[in-house]
Ligand binder design. Sequence first.
Ligand code: ATP
Length: 141
Amino acid sequence: MATILLEVATPDKGEVYKNDINMLITRSICGELGILPKHANLLTELIPHAMRIKEGGGETQLFVSGGFMEVTPEKITILADAAETPDDIDVDRAKDAYKRAEERVTAYKQSKSSEEIDIDRAEAALARAKARLLVKGVHMG
Ligand code: ATP
């Protein structure tokens, strides 16, 4: 089966994933993308989600918190803000982040909080926490 090299790196951790894969299913700001070997050149921005990596007859997931993806016919390069394998995700930490972000979003909508709330930041944090929990099969609310 044809393969394409996938490399995922983050500023914090450096290389998080490097392997020859059969297919990547990922979500960009323009929607879901399926990347096969020999894909056309592409540069796009990713949103927080769990990527699906098909390799050697199996499938694995890798959470990315957003970032940039460059595709050439031979290689997919992702520079993500953060990335974790399912084993690396700390559920309690993600639940705490979810609750903090949800409280901020609710307070903003109800205009209850006296503190200045950065709604874009709160919604981005909520999206990261939701995607991490989804990978672990945890549903909130
Ligand atoms: P938190 O508020 O808990 O820091 P966050 O979404 O703001 O969550 P990020 O900025 O996305 O965190 O990530 C910062 C670093 O912490 C990255 O290296 C990321 O891989 C790691 N990280 C964040 N949340 C988790 C988690 N739930 N499990 C494991 N690693 C995590």
